[in-house]
Design a binder for this molecule. Structure first.
Ligand SMILES: Cc1cc2nc3c(=O)[nH]c(=O)nc-3n(C[C@H](O)[C@H](O)[C@H](O)COP(=O)(O)OP(=O)(O)OC[C@H]3O[C@@H](n4cnc5c(N)ncnc54)[C@H](O)[C@@H]3O)c2cc1C
Ligand code: SF4
Length: 534
């Protein structure tokens, strides 16, 4: 056992949230130690792993798997890491590696709309946040500058300053869909952290459509860049370090975190301030594992709120063939959205949603479909060309209301380090089912305007995850119904903070990470403000 590790601030999890916070603290002169459960792998090695993979459409395939820091996998077979107990499967995907889950994302970096922060007072449903949009506006901008975000300015989220980056030029698909859906549907540029010019030492996007699972040329911002910046700023990052227990003193302040290295050797790390950023499922797991005589239900869990209110965007989709070639597969995979259903009085009745229009290449899925239909030879080739040029795929990001019964707990199954795997209960309620019905009607209207044939809706009553996991460490004013305060500080532990999407009390209708990045920067400033004379 190594007892010598210590720092002013100990951060757990080198994803984008923890890395941004660690960088800000290190740049302000704090000694910062960051524990990361996974390995460090270069982008070149990941691109090579992607090229060698037989499962090109599986976003996890380039990312190394270790039993020592397991991550959920679904291909070729589900590995069962996340034990499901609810009526709907919560098939979360995340990466345990230096840089975290945003290695294989689409870098959609949206702001919430102001009413997302006051859902309950405005519409009588869900929860209000303990902060307002205006509290986050400047932090949103700081995060956008770091990630080089561009997008459509009038998207429902007011801005004091223009986007720091122009949007990437519209693909042919985006141009045709925008023209043909107007004026009933307004198609907007997605807000993305994707270079339209060389920026931050990285090149402009060249439109090769591989954003998920990995951008080969690094034109897209991601957590690997954030973690590298943390290291360059003086943060000591220890990889293959799996935090498994928080230790507290008699007052309940955290004094140390314990981790296993991948040889199962235990290490104790002391610090003055501790920040958990191990994502919205692994952070609650760590808190629930940290039981003691004083805290028999785990750290920060005296009122049994840790892990509750698990939310994502339950999504439904549709595919169809447009009556003209639109050429999906040229340009970024996620160029544009329809945002007009994100906010309005209808939120009293049914879930709001955003409609995401995919530009991902359809060649693989169309080929599979044609082979199943018995095509071969020249006819197969002709049909691949015909259908792949016309196939449009759309899905939504629908807001789910927080429900305390939806939750992360510890299963009885153990990983090779002897740590329990997460157990999830997830149910999609009536509010969201009504939102799904409205979405489906709009999908039909969109299909009609595009002269669609071969329309295929996703199965009624089934929802896929959009991987926007929130709520499990919910911030709030009332300790009876939340885990942290408005800065991510655990209500009962003065020197313990949490960052990442888990602290977000509601999930809104947009990809959640920009909000988590803004909150992490805000928490970093709070820690600095409180400890500057320490
Ligand atoms: C396919 C896909 C596409 C996505 N696309 C988008 C998108 O376009 N826009 C968007 O906003 N969001 C997107 N997301 C979600 C986004 O990736 C996450 O919201 C984001 O990565 C969260 O960042 P984080 O730093 O909080 O957590 P993570 O990125 O998950 O990082 C957490 C880190 O903590 C480490 N860790 C975990 N347990 C421990 C432990 N016990 N000890 C030490 N370290 C630990 C992990 O190894 C990991 O590196 C996508 C997600 C997926 C799966
Ligand atoms: S389109 Fe290509 S270059 Fe542009 S972000 Fe996606 S993968 Fe990177």
């Amino acid at each position: 056992m190594n007892n010598n590790l210590s720092a002013d601030v100990v951060v757990i999890g080198a994803g984008v949230s923890g890395s941004l916070l660690a960088t800000r603290l290190a740049k302000a002169g704090k000694s910062v130690l960051l524990l990361e459960s996974g390995p460090k792998v270069s982008r070149d090695a990941l691109v090579e792993r992607f090229r060698a993979s037989a499962f090109k459409s599986d976003f996890m395939s380039p990312y190394p798997f270790s039993e020592m820091a397991p991550q959920p996998r679904y291909t070729p077979e589900p590995n069962g890491y996340l034990q499901q107990t609810g009526p709907h499967a919560f098939n979360a995907q995340y990466i345990r590696m230096f840089g975290g889950t945003s290695w294989h994302w689409a870098a959609q970096l949206w702001r919430y709309v102001p009413n997302d922060f006051r859902q309950h007072s405005q519409y009588g449903i869900g929860k209000d946040w303990p902060i307002a949009y205006d509290d986050l506006e400047d932090y949103y901008y700081q995060a956008e500058v770091i990630a080089g975000v561009g997008g459509a300015p009038d998207n429902g989220s007011p801005r004091a300053k223009p986007f720091p980056m122009d949007a990437v030029p519209a693909s042919w698909l985006q141009q045709r869909v925008t023209d043909r859906l107007a004026p009933d549907f307004t198609v907007l540029d997605d807000c993305t952290g994707r270079n339209s010019r060389s920026f931050d030492g990285r090149p402009a996007c060249c439109g090769n459509n591989n954003c998920m699972p990995v951008c080969p040329i690094d034109a897209q911002y991601h957590g690997g860049l954030a973690a590298a910046q943390a290291e360059a700023s003086g943060v000591n990052i220890i990889t293959e370090a799996v935090a498994y227990k928080l230790e507290h003193d008699i007052q309940g302040n955290i004094v140390a975190v314990w981790y296993y290295d991948w040889n199962k050797v235990s290490h104790r790390v002391t610090g003055k301030t501790f920040v958990l950023s191990a994502n919205a499922i692994e952070t609650p797991k760590l808190l629930l594992m940290s039981v003691s005589d004083k805290f028999p239900q785990g750290i920060a869990n005296a009122r049994d709120n840790v892990g509750r209110n698990l939310c994502d965007h339950p999504a439904i989709g549709v595919t169809f063939d447009v009556d003209e070639p639109i050429w999906p597969g040229r340009g970024p995979v996620s160029p544009c959205s329809i945002g007009q259903f994100r906010d309005g009085e209808f939120r009293k009745e049914h879930a709001p949603f955003r409609i995401d229009i995919s530009n991902a290449s359809q060649v693989a899925s169309v080929t599979k479909e044609l082979l199943q239909q018995g095509y071969f030879g020249k006819k197969l080739e002709e049909q691949i060309q015909f259908r792949a040029a016309r196939r449009l795929s759309i899905k939504n990001a629908m807001e789910q209301l927080p429900d305390p019964n939806n939750r992360v707990t510890l299963s009885s199954k153990k990983d090779p380090l002897g740590l329990p795997t997460p157990e999830l209960y997830w149910s999609v309620g009536e509010y969201e089912q009504r939102g799904a019905k409205v979405t489906r009607d709009n999908y039909d209207a969109i299909a009609a305007k595009l002269g669609a044939t071969n329309i295929k809706h996703s199965k009624e009553g089934e929802f896929s995850n959009r991987q926007h996991i929130t709520g499990t460490l919910s911030m709030g004013l009332d300790p009876a119904s939340s885990v942290t305060d408005a800065f991510g500080r655990a209500h009962d532990h003065e020197n313990l903070f949490m960052v990442g999407t888990g602290v977000m009390p509601t999930v809104g209708t947009c990809n959640v990470t920009l909000t988590a990045m803004a909150l992490a920067l805000r928490t970093a400033d709070k820690i600095l403000e409180e400890t500057q004379h320490a």
